[in-house]
Design a protein around this ligand. Structure first.
Ligand SMILES: *Cc1c(COP(=O)(O)O)cnc(C)c1O
Length: 429
């Protein structure tokens, strides 16, 4: 059969009823462990001579079905699902930079990621350098020194909805033998597939639009299967013998998949943020409507953005659908399925009026998630990004009056009327 198209894969990929008593909906394998058939079977599983399940912290069929489906949607070669987006990000970057080194990172990223950059990675001897050179490949080229282990970016950024030129960034990074890691949470593979643009590793918070119902926490790490970038000189961790592997190294055991294999062996296994089979099941159900949800969210966000741009209560608006969008040319070229559900804007008023506005919103939920079926609104500088320093706010181009919206699946006109009445209640109209 020919390669299936995206919308067929999101229903079918990675799961076969034939392997599961013909059940059309994937069973939830609610088990902590799996019996060994014999001592030989146990030894084979432990030394990776034979594939199979052993213990749910490091592998579970339901979790695997979920991971395999996203792998198919992203066109990836290898995948592992983990317990959260933060686990996916931290396991990935530790796996690349363990033992020291620098990660060059986009300043236009999720607040929790910046928090990890400031507080977690230095504890492991990993230095993170936020750089706006990410917008300028020539400048970036000059910043990739010998101790750089990865470039880290978000494809569509949180909360600004900036869109980066992954093709150009990857070209420069590869010249130096350095992989590009893309957090594709806001875009989802429906809007953008980083591996098709030269990226090497993709991470997700599957908590957000990927699964889309605000009912689980999950993350994924995917890669393109090209292990040639991970040289012995720059990444010796993949070539070090491990006693448990009978003295072999991750690269010896899985020459085409040692990046994710080591992430499982060391970080998922020992730091332990495993995804539960229940949550993986909910994730699979969520994926079945990925295109329909993200398409409608993009349309609703575009309608709301246009309304906001025309409102005298609003100072500025950022969304890929707008003619005023900072990366319009890139958006027109790459975001052909829509601009995504996330937009941001600044109100034309005092901080007290902003608070009045938020306290009068009725339909939007006021909380920190995004990508949900429900529309969400949040004052990012005071909440999701409150851990940023003054310098980081400036570098990230997050004005103090920024309000982030994640458009849901309601009728856009009801959402717009809700914003209008809240502007009026705050004396902005
Ligand atoms: C939410 C989010 C994360 C963190 O994911 P969790 O599942 O909450 O751990 C990472 N990156 C982006 C862009 C996010 O929006």
């Amino acid at each position: 059969m020919a390669e299936l198209r995206f919308d067929t894969k999101k229903i079918k990929a990675g799961y076969s009823p034939l392997d599961n008593n013909l059940a059309i909906s994937p069973p939830i394998y609610q088990t902590a462990a799996y019996d060994f058939k014999s001592t030989e079977h146990a030894q084979n599983l432990f030394t990776y001579k034979e594939a199979g399940y052993l213990y749910t912290r490091v592998g579970n069929p339901t979790v695997n079905y979920f991971a395999e489906r996203v792998k198919a949607l992203d066109g990836a070669k290898n995948v592992v699902a983990v317990g959260s987006g933060m686990a996916a990000i931290s396991y990935t970057l530790l796996n690349l930079a363990v033992g020291g080194g620098t990660i060059l990172a986009s300043p236009y990223v999720y607040g929790g990621t910046i928090d990890a950059f400031d507080r977690l990675f230095p504890e492991f001897g990993v230095n993170i350098k936020l750089t706006d050179a990410i917008l300028d490949p020539e400048k970036l080229d000059a910043e990739i020194t010998d101790d750089v282990k990865a470039i880290y970016v978000e494809s569509i950024s949180n909360p600004n909805a900036y869109l980066l030129d992954i093709d150009a960034i990857s070209e420069v990074a590869h010249k130096h033998g350095v992989p590009v890691v893309v957090d594709n949470t806001l875009a989802t593979p429906y809007l953008y597939r980083p591996l098709e643009h030269g990226a090497d590793i993709v991470v997700y918070s599957a908590t957000k639009a990927l699964t889309g119902h605000g009912n689980l926490i999950a993350g994924l790490i995917l890669d393109n299967g090209d292990m040639s970038l991970y040289t012995k000189e720059r990444y010796p961790q993949f070539y070090k013998p491990i006693v448990m592997l009978g003295g072999k190294s991750p690269a010896d055991i899985f020459p085409d998949n040692f990046f994710i294999f080591r992430a499982i062996l060391v970080y998922l296994n020992l730091l332990g943020a495993a995804l539960s089979p229940q949550d993986a099941y909910l994730g699979i159900i969520g994926l079945e409507t990925l295109s329909e949800r993200v398409s409608k969210q993009s349309k609703n966000a575009a309608k709301i953005a246009a309304y906001l741009e025309s409102s005298p209560a609003v100072e500025w608006v950022r969304h890929p659908s707008l003619a005023s969008y900072k990366f319009k040319e890139l958006a027109d070229k790459h975001l052909t399925n829509g601009g995504g559900g996330v937009l941001s804007f600044g109100i034309k008023g005092t901080p007290e009026q902003e608070a009045e506005f938020l306290n009068n919103i009725k339909l939007f939920h006021y909380h920190v998630n995004l990508g949900d079926a429900r529309s969400l609104i949040v004052d990012s500088p005071n909440t999701t990004h409150s851990e940023l320093t003054e310098d980081e706010f400036k570098l990230a181009e997050i004005p103090r009056n920024l309000i982030r919206i994640s458009a849901g699946l309601e009728d856009a006109d009801d959402l717009i009327e809700d914003l209008e009445q809240a502007f009026k209640a705050a004396g902005l109209l």
